[in-house]
Write a protein that binds this ligand. Sequence first.
Ligand code: ZN
Length: 125
Amino acid sequence: MTDLHKEYDYCWEIFSRQFPELAKPKLYVRKMRQKWGVCVQGVQTHITLNRCLQTAEVEFVRHVIFHEMCHLLHPNHKREFYDLLKQFDTLQMRENEKINQRAERLRQRAEAIRKTIEMSVKCNE
Ligand SMILES: [Zn+2]
């Protein structure tokens, strides 16, 4: 289960670095039939996420959250909106790459250890 509130805070931390003047919108997690997320601006600006996202991949959840956060600046889906969203998705992609690289290094180290053990076993035979 993906903790949507935790992911929301994580995304806001990144998003607000670029727009420190924005107030953090309240988050609601609701059952929705048609949408993954909604951003409502007004007296009480808030973002609502579809409860079903709890079972989605973190990567996708963050994409939806950034999408809704970008609506705080562009309430439409025009080019400027996607240019902004792309920044955060790219950032996310790089972050994932870093995680994958780290995982690969760990895998290689484990493989090296396994080979060393194998060799020492052979030497003792
Ligand atoms: Zn949208």
